[in-house]
Design a protein around this ligand. Structure first.
Ligand code: NI
Length: 229
């Protein structure tokens, strides 16, 4: 399931991110790629252990932990420190089809997670570059994603995905992985649907509606049954 999370960052925050990123040193994106993906990856990234990536990454995590739609969809246990990449047309940057590594370790913090969900947070407006679509394959087919700056997409790390060649301008984004408390994608998806339905029900009937209270109880009991913490 692909889930769009709008407005993770405001336009002002995106502009500030871009000022810091544009002034930073970039390195070859293959520095963090696995053996298969190194063959198909062509882009630049901020050094993961650099000050810019660490500080901006922390700001993204802080923003996400206050975002109800993200929390409901991901039910995150651990979020990997966000990485930042840039695909420019001058180099014909792209990232061929691949699956992300199942386990990621962060040498700086010692954090190690199973990658259940991947997230791409767009940091360039779609009209400033051509190409650079994130293409994600799932059981319903192939989906092209290109969102306004500040918006993000959440997708299963198990899915094949790619970034198409950039033919004009520069595609700038942050991307990262997380381990969910709910490992099974279909169960996480049902719990998300239930939560969404409860939110819409309580908007109409109020939080103290007896049936809404019962359903909220069921929501928490399902999490209690399935969560790994
Ligand atoms: Ni990937």
């Amino acid at each position: 399931m692909l889930i769009c999370i709008p407005d993770v960052l405001s336009k002002d925050e995106v502009a500030e991110f871009r000022r810091i990123m544009d002034a930073a040193e970039w390195e070859d994106g293959r520095a963090t790629a696995g053996a298969q993906s190194a063959m198909v990856k062509r882009n630049e990234q901020l050094p993961p252990d650099g000050e810019a990536a660490r500080k901006l990454g922390q700001r993204i995590i802080t923003a996400l932990t206050k975002n109800p739609r993200f929390l409901s969809a991901a039910i995150p246990l651990q979020i990997f420190p966000p990485l930042f990449n840039r695909y420019t047309s001058a180099r014909g940057d792209h990232f061929g089809i691949h699956v992300d590594n199942a386990v990621r370790g962060d040498p700086l913090t010692g954090l190690r997670i199973r990658t259940d969900l991947s997230m791409t947070l767009f940091l360039a407006e779609p009209d400033t570059y051509d190409g650079g679509e994130l293409v994600i394959e799932d059981t319903y087919g192939s989906h092209e994603v290109k969102l306004p700056a500040g918006h993000a997409v959440l997708y299963p790390s198990s899915s094949l995905h790619m970034v198409t060649p950039v033919t004009r301008g520069a595609r700038v984004a942050s991307f990262f992985w997380m381990q969910s408390m709910i490992r099974e994608p279909h169960i996480r998806s049902m719990i998300f649907d239930l939560d969404t339905a409860i939110q819409s029900l309580t908007e109409r009937l109020g939080r103290d509606d007896p049936d809404a209270v019962k359903l909220t109880g069921i929501y928490h009991n399902l999490i209690r049954q399935w969560a790994e913490v």
